[in-house]
Design a protein around this ligand. Structure first.
Ligand code: NAD
Ligand code: ZN
Ligand code: ZN
Length: 340
């Protein structure tokens, strides 16, 4: 089968023929129709983070496709079902986190397109118990970004504890942020969108942002403090340290900063302000299978709709170049060519 493979960090991915995965007990084989390109895949290909991915690696954790084969022991999924293979590829099911519905914190988890091969390929295998069931009315290309960008931002908004009628700021209106904005509006929140280009401001306004701020033209912290007196929650999904610092400073007394983006950087937090203002800083990582079900339901009901542009698998290196330059509006979704 054809796949895009990272052989070495910071080098171009190689499009090559690799062996089709062989199933083990409890696994399903998925013929991938579409796979979204998350900035995490770029971090993986660059070896940006303290924990490195396997090499060689087939990235991709927004893969959607049709089950074409099931191994022994699979009960919940059948041939012909449309499923998604997410970042939370599997977890142990037995540790204190798995038992308490916090499986995204499982120390024994595997991650799709990182510690195991993912969806930048014609086929991908996964444990049946952890694949996402795709609602019938959804298009594979349009739903792909929900598998990571959607569930992650939906969860981040949930843990922010912001309530309908309160203000949230989304820092970074990229793949994650443009969907975060839509979940926030669907949840009845008022939204400030912050990014650093006029195109992203335009996108944010079209998606219903109440205030859109180009961080290169005005100081987002000043504007947010002046116009709304600070936000109840700031969600930082940008990939620069500066955005995290500004997001922290945008939060009002008693508010929360949710840290989602993953630049390889430190976030210095002033102890005095954090204590006196009663600010909470929370990390949030993707979402559980239950969060995924809920996030997909929003999409199935038409309340959230990713802005997507398709590109063939072969063009992944150009897609990464555009991502580095911040030249993607919404999400790019790779499509696989037909083979037998
Ligand atoms: P993206 O490249 O599509 O979007 C990033 C956006 O941030 C771009 O629109 C860019 O213009 C904007 N930006 C850059 N500098 C900014 C600044 N100073 N202020 C405001 N905006 C700024 O990336 P993405 O796919 O949305 O992923 C974003 C980050 O989230 C990545 O680091 C990724 O690894 C991480 N991520 C985390 C989780 C999680 O579970 N925590 C899940 C998925 C992705
Ligand atoms: Zn992702
Ligand atoms: Zn576990």
């Amino acid at each position: 089968m054809k796949a895009a493979v990272v052989n070495e960090f910071k080098k171009a991915l190689e499009i090559k023929e690799v062996e089709k995965p062989k199933l083990e007990y409890g696994e399903v084989l998925v013929k991938i129709e579409a796979c979204g390109v998350c900035h995490t895949d770029l971090h993986a290909a660059h070896g940006d983070w303290p924990v490195k991915p396997k090499l060689p690696l087939i990235p991709g954790h927004e893969g959607v496709g049709i089950v074409v084969e099931v191994a022994e022991g699979v009960k919940s999924v059948k041939v012909g079902d449309r499923v998604g293979i997410p970042w939370l590829y599997s977890a142990c099911g037995e540790c204190e986190y798995c038992l308490s519905g916090q499986e995204t914190l499982c120390p024994h988890q595997l991650n799709g397109g990182y510690s195991v091969d993912g969806g930048y390929a014609e086929y991908c295998k996964a444990p049946a118990d952890y694949v996402a069931r795709i609602p019938e009315n959804l298009d594979p290309v349009e739903v792909a970004p929900i598998l990571c960008a959607g569930v992650t931002t939906y969860k981040a908004l949930k843990v922010s504890d912001a309530r309908p009628g309160e203000w949230v700021a989304i820092y970074g209106i990229g793949g994650l942020g443009h969907i975060a904005l839509q979940y926030a509006k669907a949840m009845g929140l008022n939204v400030v969108a912050v990014d650093i280009s006029d195109e992203k401001m335009e996108l944010a306004k079209n998606l219903g942002a109440d205030i859109a701020i180009n961080g290169l033209k005005e100081d987002p912290v000043e504007t947010i403090q002046k116009k709304v007196g600070g936000v109840q929650a700031a969600i930082s999904v940008a990939v620069t340290k500066k955005a995290f610092e500004q997001a922290y400073q945008s939060v009002k007394r008693g508010g929360t900063l949710v840290v989602v983006g993953l630049p390889n950087a430190e976030l210095p937090i002033p102890i005095f302000d954090t204590v006196l203002n009663g600010v909470t800083v929370k990390g949030s990582i993707v979402g559980t299978r239950k969060d995924m079900q809920e996030a997909l339901e929003f999409a199935a009901m038409g309340k959230v709709r990713p802005i997507v542009e398709t590109a063939p698998l072969d063009s992944i290196n150009e897609v990464f170049d555009r991502m580095i330059k911040g030249q993607i509006n919404g999400r790019i979704v790779l499509t696989m060519q037909e083979t037998n």
